[in-house]
Design a protein around this ligand. Structure first.
Ligand code: T46
Length: 135
């Protein structure tokens, strides 16, 4: 298991017209992208997430604004600040995660390896520790 979360710094391409950032499945990020969603208009005092997954891998990018992500894979507990469209945070299924401190303009883009399935969520922390402490 990794002790550090994986934050990839992607290249920003730019010219006099402005900036362009590319993410390619299986190249920039290590999975096929089945689903894309984005979290925006989040109130300042909101903390969301509070789960791990069984299968889903995800990549989180604050394409505008900033937010923080608390991560816990039972071996490390860590806070990651997403404050640049260049930073891509890779979340493994065994990363319990919570997102908070959203700036008013934050747009958190999420690329996911699986279609939405409520059964893929582990929302109970005790169960999360049981599922992943044996790995
Ligand atoms: C995650 C973090 C980073 C759907 O119907 N389809 C979807 O694809 C998603 C992502 C959500 N929903 C529904 C389920 C809930 O009724 O949208 C509502 C809000 O979802 P949730 O409460 O799960 O949101 P977060 O911010 O706690 O978690 C989301 C993702 O669900 C989750 O996979 O890892 O963002």
């Amino acid at each position: 298991k990794n002790n550090e979360s994986t934050v990839i710094e992607v290249n920003v391409l730019g010219d006099e017209r402005g900036l362009l950032t590319v993410i390619e499945e299986n190249l920039t990020i290590p999975f096929e992208i089945k689903r894309i969603f984005y979290i925006h208009g989040t109130r300042k005092d909101v903390r969301r997430g509070f789960h791990g997954h069984y299968k889903t891998r995800q990549a989180l990018i604050a394409v505008a604004g900033s937010c923080k992500v608390y991560l816990d894979n039972l071996e490390r507990k860590q806070e990651v600040i997403l404050d640049s469209p260049q930073k891509v945070l890779l979340l493994e299924p065994n990363d319990w995660h919570e997102m908070y401190d959203f700036s008013p303009d934050c747009v958190l883009l999420v690329l996911a390896s699986h279609y939405y399935d409520p059964e893929d969520y582990i929302r109970d922390y005790e169960l999360f520790t049981e599922v992943y402490s044996s790995c």
